[in-house]
Design a protein around this ligand. Structure first.
Ligand code: FAD
Ligand code: 2HG
Ligand code: ZN
Length: 477
């Protein structure tokens, strides 16, 4: 258990309590504890309290009080960050700012096809609200039952449907932001066209809480799907997975809602550790693809499209076998094998994550080269590449060798990430595709984004947050 953090001046705490009310300030260590560590268990910070405003006015007042006192804030939504972005440091002087109570959907307009949601609205709740209104909010990821709108925008999350609908950024029209000095910028415009100077809203998307606090957002909605088809395929190799994606894309790009790659190892882990997960195919394979087609047209003929493309790919030797879901329950069961990969990896032991992207055409080469390099680096280690192949974003993860001490394996994290990054760099990729930089990858920024790019980022940070109080130690080295 870490030591208690340094106490805050009583007058400052009283002011926070007066601004936020009794439910808006947590000071009991037992209440604070869940906010101090991350989902992956990489970090455990310290903080004297957690601020929990219930609305924008309270949020703004809390930020203003902290700015006046020179106290740093760590915005936190669902705390599902994969890079330690929402965890305070070990110093004990940073306060956690939880948006969890700001969870109202302020407006939903099926004509404008927009939803105005507060930052703490859980992603799944936003999806459900859209569905109730006969619309679709398409952002979808494994953590959607916990991740929040503020969090997915602040990380510019991707997930499973980027291939069709884009990243979180593309799903946002306007923002309400509390600036580091406590002022509120109301940019909650729901316009499809608005060329009026710098697009400030995009500055805060993907900023990981380092420039201000997203209080609410106008999100884009889409027509709800009326036909969907999901197939789970065993494919010959990585090239075959990409070839299958291209077949669907060429035939009807708009129909592909998701296209995911999985290795035999990752599927094996899901079958081993996740209750109720079963392989829908007769035999195990080394590589798999999950195809999800959707259309708002009730007569889209997706089943015929799916069967025709799978037949072609079977004839070409790309697909070895395939299972097509016949019901909603079967669709969820097929998706579960993919969605449970992070949890299955966690239960299998220690693993190192590499959330990387390369041009789509380079994915097979990247997976093969990284896998070979990693196996040579740590004999017995098990590469577990999976993810959003249609976006060129693969989670090039590495599982510890069976029987190896997890601590000893994790001590090699840096070498593992460097080995993957060397291949990714050679192929023109990125060291962080969708999870962000957070605290985990700040040391990579200089090497990858140094020079004019990092200099510009630092100038923006200095201009917007001159006192450096917004999520210090994250993103920028
Ligand atoms: P947090 O973890 O609480 O915060 C994330 C970052 O945003 C932090 O830097 C935090 O300071 C900042 N922040 C949070 N709220 C605000 C706000 N209101 N204003 C300003 N800054 C804020 N990510 C993907 O992109 N694709 C995936 O497929 C995916 N799958 C995942 C599956 C699992 C099982 C898990 C655990 C995570 C997954 N993630 C994925 C990572 C994570 O869920 C996403 O990054 C998500 O966007 C984080 O949302 P959150 O509310 O939990 O944010
Ligand atoms: C996913 O796509 C997430 O499931 C998590 O981005 C990836 O666990 C991971 O590495
Ligand atoms: Zn992912």
């Amino acid at each position: 258990m870490p030591d208690a953090p340094p106490a805050l001046p009583p007058a400052f705490l009283d002011a926070l309590r007066a601004a936020l009310g009794p439910r808006g300030l947590l000071t009991d260590p037992a209440d604070i504890a869940p906010h101090l560590s991350d989902w992956r268990g990489l970090y455990r910070g310290r903080s004297p309290c957690v601020l929990r405003p219930s609305g924008t006015a309270e949020l703004a007042e809390a930020v203003r009080l902290c700015a006046a006192a020179g106290v740093a804030l760590v915005p936190q939504g669902g705390n599902t960050s994969m890079v330690g972005g929402a965890t305070p440091d070990e110093g004990g002087a940073q306060l956690v700012l939880s948006l969890a109570r700001m969870n109202r959907i302020r407006d939903l307009d099926p004509v404008d096809m927009t939803m105005t949601a507060e930052a703490g609205v859980v992603l799944k709740a936003a999806q459900e609200a859209a569905a109730e209104a006969g619309c679709l909010f398409p952002l979808s990821l494994g953590a959607e039952g916990t991740a929040t709108i503020g969090g997915v925008l602040s990380t510019n999350a991707g997930g499973n449907t980027t291939v069709r609908y884009g990243n979180a950024r593309e799903l946002m029209l306007g923002l309400e932001v509390v600036l580091p000095d406590g002022r509120v910028w109301n940019g909650l415009r729901r316009l499809r066209k608005d060329n009026t100077g710098y697009a400030l809203r995009h500055l805060f998307v993907g900023a990981e809480g380092t420039l201000g606090v997203i209080a609410a957002a106008v999100l884009r909605l889409f027509p709800r799907p009326r036909e969907t088809e999901v197939a789970f395929c065993a494919v010959a190799d990585e090239d075959a997975a990409l070839a299958l994606f291209r077949r669907f894309r060429d035939r009807d790009e708009g129909a592909v809602r998701a296209f995911e790659y999985m290795s035999g190892t990752g599927v094996e882990f899901a079958l081993r550790h996740i209750e109720g997960c079963t392989l829908p195919l007769a035999a195990r394979a080394g590589h798999y693809a999950l195809v999800d087609l959707a259309s708002s047209r009730p007569d889209a003929g997706l089943r015929a499209l799916l069967e025709a493309v799978l037949e072609e790919a079977l004839a070409a030797g790309e697909v070895l076998d395939a299972a097509i879901a016949e019901s909603e329950a079967q669709r969820s069961a097929l998706w579960r094998i993919r969605e449970e990969h992070p949890e299955a990896q966690r239960r299998e032991g220690a693993s190192v994550k590499n959330d990387v992207s390369v041009p789509v055409s380079k994915v097979p080469e990247m997976i093969r080269r990284c896998s070979d390099t990693l196996r040579a680096l740590i004999p017995g280690s098990r590469p577990v590449p999976f993810g959003h192949i249609g976006d060129g974003n693969i989670h090039m993860n590495l599982q510890q060798p069976e029987g190896m001490d997890p601590v000893a394996f994790l001590a090699r994290s840096h070498d593992i990430m460097e080995a993957v990054n060397a291949v990714v760099r050679d192929l023109g990729g990125s060291f962080s595709a969708e999870h962000g930089v957070g605290r985990l990858k700040t040391d990579m920024m200089e090497g990858w984004r140094g020079g004019a790019e990092l200099d510009l980022m630092r100038r923006i940070k200095a201009a917007v947050d001159p006192a450096g109080l917004m999520n210090p130690g994250k993103v920028l080295p």
